[in-house]
Ligand binder design. Sequence first.
Ligand code: AMP
Length: 393
Amino acid sequence: MGDTVFVLVLNAGSSSLKFNLFDMGKEVSIAEGMAERIGLNDAILACTIDGDKRKETLALPTHREALEAILERLHAGVLHDTPVHAVGHRVVHGGPKYGDSVLVTDEVLHDIEAFAMYAPLHNPANALGIRVAKETFPDVPHVAVFDTAFHHNIPDHARTYGIPYELSQKYGIRRYGFHGTSHAFVAARTAILLCRPLRALKIITCHIGNGTSICAVDHGKSVDTSMGMTPLQGVIMGTRCGTIDPSVVEMLMEYEHLDYAAITDLLNKKSGLLGISGVSSDFREIELAAESGNDRARLARDLLTYNVRQFIGSYATVLDGVDAITFTAGIGTHSTYVRAKVCSKLGFLGVKLDPEANEHGTGERIISTPDSRVVVTVVPTNEELMIARETVR
Ligand code: AMP
């Protein structure tokens, strides 16, 4: 495979390990997949290597065995004897310290573990993934790419919460924002679609998937975003509640006799589209149920599109105007309904959706009419490629 650089991108969750192997000479993914249900005897390993899809059930007691199983399959397939030159790790929370990707040192790893205070569901798993990968690839650079980094410099007035200032300072309590690699990627692609420099544009990027966040991108920089100190804030999501009155938490803890773990579980895993609809966290199932007349599924769907519109309206003010609105992630890329519904009440901004382009196109494209004052685009995100690029950089 010549002199090209191979970058392995890893995204470790508590019981999962996603991987993507990039040939960075051509910037193409040559293998990808995911181990799920790690810790169980019937874990699942799905790999697509050289276009060949395989799914197996096997015992993967820990992340170490999962990574070993992935590498075995890579070596039998695309990698042969070619080494991995670098490993890029998705890390959810960079805390107050990291505004850019960094080479992983002992100090960085320690910080990632310490920032579990802000991301208890994510950072411990990310750190575990890094530890295992460093043992497996001790001689190559490992790079941590943070979901929060793109939002690191949002202004104080956009990131400060209305609690006593000393406490915010003491604990680093503030808005951090997430999905940074995705917002950065789709904003850059939107500028290319518009044939205009990113540094000349005001863009609102809408990452609508299982997790959802909206971002105000001013001349290529994030100046506000809907998620907060954790990925729980903002728009309602698959199973996360989004913004609620904090008093709801106190009330539920008291009257439902919930402890910290139970309320965390309820707000993160049982709320959002799932909690409201009682049907599913999966938007395709919500759409089907809504179309067949399920009122709670309709309510969940309406709340999602309403929340997205609220943030777009708000960020048009934050940016003092808007040149482009971009939709990405599973729902943003695929749901013609959501895009049409969100854009239906943005006429005051000068948004004119082209129904044909919205309904029938695929992939990266403009879906507004030529005379729309605001260009609306769909850009499938590619967070893994961004992480690979960051690793090379
Ligand atoms: P993500 O987190 O970006 O993978 O997005 C996952 C979400 O995208 C799930 O709620 C899916 O139901 C939703 N999704 C995926 N494909 C479609 C589709 N064709 N139409 C509507 N929603 C979709």
